[in-house]
Design a protein. Structure first.
Ligand SMILES: O=C(O)CCC(=O)C(=O)O
Length: 336
């Protein structure tokens, strides 16, 4: 890898990414060995657009968000080729020369974050992962101070938009389930705080006591779209406080609801703790995932959805802006 120029590798990957001949090794042929308690919902009836189909998907997504806060989606509207290309391009960045790892910019919430650079559970040792984060890509300027090379940038911009569309469809299903007007969420999620994160859990030989790939945490916002490779390690806390595996299932993406929509929905929607534990395959070969955090614009007022308030279940929370809520969550995490 180091003998070749990183930009030529990415260029080659980018071209091959759109050929149906190209497959990420091992990923499509994975045979699932564990049954998961997390439901799998078929998005096709929603994407076909009939009223009945949309209602059916909305009901399934609502039940999953209410009962466990996690679901898998299949037929969610992205080709396997595009997804494989995203993993391959991300891998080429993480294994390339340091000079391509664009330093993280707090102003843009964009760039490379080094191994053990964050602890999602601050009571535990730092996470065994490195990241490349991109917020609000539709508005992020071009240029070499932000991107390892133009091919990487071009691909990430297309990929970001496609993942925005997946999040938008899931939020469209929320609108039906919550009796909100069409477009309610899209107008409040214009990208200002919608963030794509490439994650790499490099091979490791030794793990300190309590150290994880990603420490136990809940997500802060409305929803997260999570693609994971075949190595496994994601775990979700169930209602009995047990950690259950959320194994990779080929052809699916994981969706989970965050703290902000839990508050917005008067706790009808769950925000469920999850973590990444180092599995033997991941410790030997490394693991990758790609997360997209869909959070509302900072000035959106979060006021309980009327459909989530009843006489027996009055509103628990007063109004707050999304920006204030996220800030409070960040401070609460730091105090732990
Ligand atoms: O890598 C994963 O599977 C999960 C990552 C995650 O939960 C996060 O970054 O918030």
């Amino acid at each position: 890898m180091q003998a070749r120029d990183s930009s030529s590798i990415v260029n080659e990957i980018f071209l091959r990414a759109f050929s149906s001949q190209f497959h990420y090794p091992g990923y499509p042929s994975l045979i699932m060995s564990a049954l998961s308690a997390i439901p799998i919902i078929d998005m096709s009836p929603y994407l076909e657009g009939t009223k009945e189909g949309r209602q059916k998907v909305a009901n399934g997504i609502f039940d999953a968000a209410h009962e466990i806060g996690f679901t898998y989606l299949k037929n969610f509207g992205m080709s396997q080729d595009m997804l494989e290309a995203a993993f391959t391009i991300a891998h080429s960045l993480f294994t390339s020369d340091e000079k391509y790892k664009v330093p993280f910019s707090v102003e843009y919430n964009h760039g490379y974050g080094k191994m053990e650079g964050e602890a999602l559970d601050p009571t535990k040792p730092a996470d065994l992962k490195e990241t490349f984060t991109s917020r609000n890509l539709l508005r992020l300027p071009s240029g070499e101070e932000h991107w390892p090379n133009p091919q990487f940038e071009a691909f990430m911009r297309v990929f970001y938009k496609r993942v925005c569309d997946i999040a938008s469809n899931v939020m469209g299903a929320f609108e039906i389930a919550l009796d909100l007007e069409p477009g309610y969420f899209d107008t409040r999620h214009t990208g200002l705080t919608q963030t794509l994160r490439l994650l790499h859990y490099p091979p490791v030989e030794n793990v300190s006591e309590g150290q994880l790939g990603a420490g136990a945490h809940t997500d802060y916002g409305t929803l997260t779209v999570l693609f994971q490779d075949e190595r496994g390690g994601l775990q979700v806390q169930n209602l009995k406080d047990e950690w259950i595996d959320a194994p990779p299932i080929p052809g699916t993406v994981v969706i989970n609801t965050g703290d902000l929509i839990a508050r917005w929905s008067n706790d009808f929607f769950k925000s469920t703790p999850h973590r990444v534990v180092p599995r033997p395959a991941a410790m030997i070969h490394g693991r990758q995932s790609i997360a997209f955090f869909s959070d509302p614009d900072p000035d959106v007022i979060i006021e309980t959805f009327p459909s989530c308030v009843t006489e027996e279940n009055p509103a628990k929370y007063g109004p707050i802006t999304a920006g204030e809520h996220i800030q409070q969550r960040i401070l609460a995490t730091q105090k732990k």
